[in-house]
Design a protein around this ligand. Structure first.
Ligand SMILES: N[C@@H](CCC(=O)N[C@@H](CS)C(=O)NCC(=O)O)C(=O)O
Length: 276
């Protein structure tokens, strides 16, 4: 295959390089502008967006509330990543990595910041004592699958999704590479779910909450319009697992938070917001 690009000795930033997220991608960290974050009435303040990474956390909070954990009441503020809200100074103070979701817990003094969706799930599971087994093999299994997701999903979004749906042109090499990897990952999940109800065993845990918005949505709705291309319906155990989670009332509520769509709630400040 002929080379179409020879890398220069030193890479330089060409802001016009194209692609769906060219306007927010940059090679430096830190804030671009001053902007304080709003703080609502509840101890837990979530700064997020209804993407798969954001939905992991709103599912967890709604599941905790469904169990009667009133301390899990939360304000969810919309961070519009397309407009660069993640680079505001207040948001960067909560997440120096400038990505949603980010959580502030004002029930501690001083308030506790938590970023990275996996860390937020563990923090909330430990704070309220649900959805993460306390010890032993079950805990190890849950954390193993949670970390599997945190390491695997970037291949789905940043790898496959980027080159199949968002890149300015279609190139066979990266699409082949990432399609193969995503099918392998789906097979990993399918084999694991062949003889257990949920990823870590017979109980619904934070490993499922983290994985469903990515691989569950992939098999149910075909993220990046790839349903046919990846033959996602052939992963029967994943489809069965995803359908079961999809129908949970708390999951349905969690999916609606921080979405500007008609059925969504751009912001969520109270359980009654869902009825409006
Ligand atoms: N590993 C991070 C990934 C978070 C992430 O990639 N968030 C995306 C939206 S789904 C984001 O905020 N992107 C904005 C940007 O990259 O500027 C996590 O799980 O929290």
């Amino acid at each position: 295959m002929a080379d179409t690009y020879t890398p220069p000795k030193v890479w330089t930033w060409e802001a016009e390089s194209g692609g769906r997220f060219a306007n927010i991608n940059r090679p430096i960290a830190g804030p671009t502008h001053d902007k304080e974050l709003e703080v609502g009435k509840h101890p837990l303040q979530l700064y997020s967006l209804g993407t798969p990474n954001g939905v992991k956390v709103t599912i967890m909070l709604e599941e905790l509330l469904a169990l009667g954990e009133s301390g899990a009441e939360y304000d969810a503020w919309l961070i519009n990543i397309g407009q660069g809200d993640q680079f505001g100074s207040g948001f960067v103070d909560v997440n120096p990595n400038s990505k949603i979701p980010a959580l502030m817990d004002h029930s501690t003094n001083p308030p506790t910041r938590v970023f990275e969706s996996g860390a937020i799930l563990i923090y909330l599971a430990e704070k309220f004592g649900h959805f993460l087994p306390e010890s032993g093999q079950e805990r190890a299994e849950c954390l193993s699958w949670l970390m599997w997701l945190m390491g695997s999903a970037p291949y789905l979004g940043g790898g496959f999704g980027h080159f199949y749906a968002y890149a300015p042109e279609k190139w066979q090499y990266p699409i082949d590479r990432y399609a193969m990897e995503i099918k392998r990952q789906l097979d990993v999940l399918d084999r694991n779910l062949a003889d257990r109800a949920f990823l870590a065993g017979e109980n619904f845990t934070i490993a499922d909450m983290a994985t469903y918005p990515w691989y569950g949505q992939l098999v149910l709705t075909g993220l990046y319009e790839s349903k046919e291309f990846l033959e996602v319906e052939s992963y029967k155990n994943v489809v069965r697992w995803a359908n079961e989670i999809h129908e949970r009332p708390a999951v349905k509520r969690g999916r609606r938070v921080n979405r500007a769509s008609k059925s969504g709630l751009a912001e969520r400040h109270d359980a009654s917001d869902f009825d409006k």
